[in-house]
Ligand binder design. Sequence first.
Ligand code: ADP
Ligand code: MG
Length: 497
Amino acid sequence: MADITIESDPFKLARALSGRHLIDGAFVAAKGGKTFPVANPATGAEIGTAAYGEAADVDAAVAAAKAAQKGWAKLAARSRGKLVAECGRVLAGHVDELGRLIALETGKALRTESRVEASVLADMFVFFGGLGSELKGETIPFNPDMMTLTMREPVGVVACIIPWNVPLLLMAMKAAAALVAGNAVVVKSAEESPLTVLRVAEIMNSVLPPGVFNMLSGFGPECGAPLVAHPDVKKVSFTGSVETGRIVYKAAAEKLIPVTLELGGKSPMIVCADADLDRAVAGAVAGMRFTRQGQSCTASSRLFVHESIHDEFVARLKAKVDAMVMGDPLDEKTDIGTIISTSQFDRVQSYIALGRETKGAEAHVCSKMPDDPRLAKGLFIQPVIFTGMRNSNRLCQEEIFGPVCAVIKWSDYETVIAQANDSEYGLAASIWTRDLHTAMDATRRLEAGFVQVNQNLVVQPGLSYGGTKTSGIGREASLESMLEHFTHKKTIIFNML
Ligand code: ADP
Ligand code: MG
């Protein structure tokens, strides 16, 4: 268990991590010998490469996980938990390093996003590490002459497939829970951001036995699909788009294995006339994840604001976003970095164009493009707040995954609740009011897995997180999620006669 030296130069670290998977405790090149480039979205320059994973790499990673899982599951649950918590403590020492690398790789600003994500990553491991002894069963009063009990057993090898927007946090939510429950893990990183999670894998492997935690990089069809289809993978935990979620669900159905799916969102935020305006505006900025360029499945991208405060709200919101600095993600002064990739960039621009073409809608363009010539090719998009939008507009129905939100004026409470629920998604929602009755009524009626009153917090260790409707299946980040999704319940009956 050699200590890993902190490397605060992310460029150097990206090169050092290039072209490799982590399988059975060791860095290895792809069996096919191929790599793919990883770009810095703030400049377009290549910062390194990732191993191009294919079925043969999947086979090697799953075989390593399967072999290691047996010994891992035999450890006392608390001992596994202690090792997972130790991963968290070691990772906490690398927060700045990981923050820099994730900023370089994803374009998310270091101060407002990337360092924060690295720190939540470490915390998530510490949280789940403490839950080993909670893998309890029950005794059941079935028959006085028998003793009947249940036990929690691991499912075996778990595949975790993650997207690019918050890869560290999402990986931690899945892997830490799966590991503590006694499973071995194979993670497939997203093609846009494979390097920082690989560094995390390296650090974790300095603590865990080899083979328990493996990491592959690669594309969906070539690497993700064979991982889901592999006969020794007994559970898939996936976060990504609805479209890919459907493919993963179908492939898992063929094998009859359980899946957890965390998919998209189009979260409503309802601001009532009596809301604390300052807090609501700050909540809209946080909820929309403007510091992450809106690249969040939870983004409160539909802002329903009561007509009596609408103009004031929009003015204050615009002023707040105007004050945010767009720039080099690695610069401590930067609030807002870049979009992840050119394809996402084009997609976001197409929604902005759609909004501009919408009759009655007005685009309020915020902040200021960076003027540093080194960033001239960077994937920067100024945040846009649309007013005069209808909830039925495609811009209010489809997930944009960019810094674009719509403010929708409302006057009738019943209508606004119906509009908030008029969405294929059901991930998060919030209501902003000082009236207890309204707050309670709305929390019951809003169709979402995560509903908040007068705040827009992000995922918290210990609180079940996940969606309804097409936002997904299953919950993450909590004790219950670990028990429900990463263990099987075995019922045992002792007949004493
Ligand atoms: P995005 O639209 O942001 O690319 P995706 O849902 O396509 O989101 O990607 C999320 C993750 O799913 C990524 O790691 C991606 O490589 C993976 N993925 C894509 N297609 C498949 C597939 N057919 N099977 C398994 N994983 C896939
Ligand atoms: Mg994709």
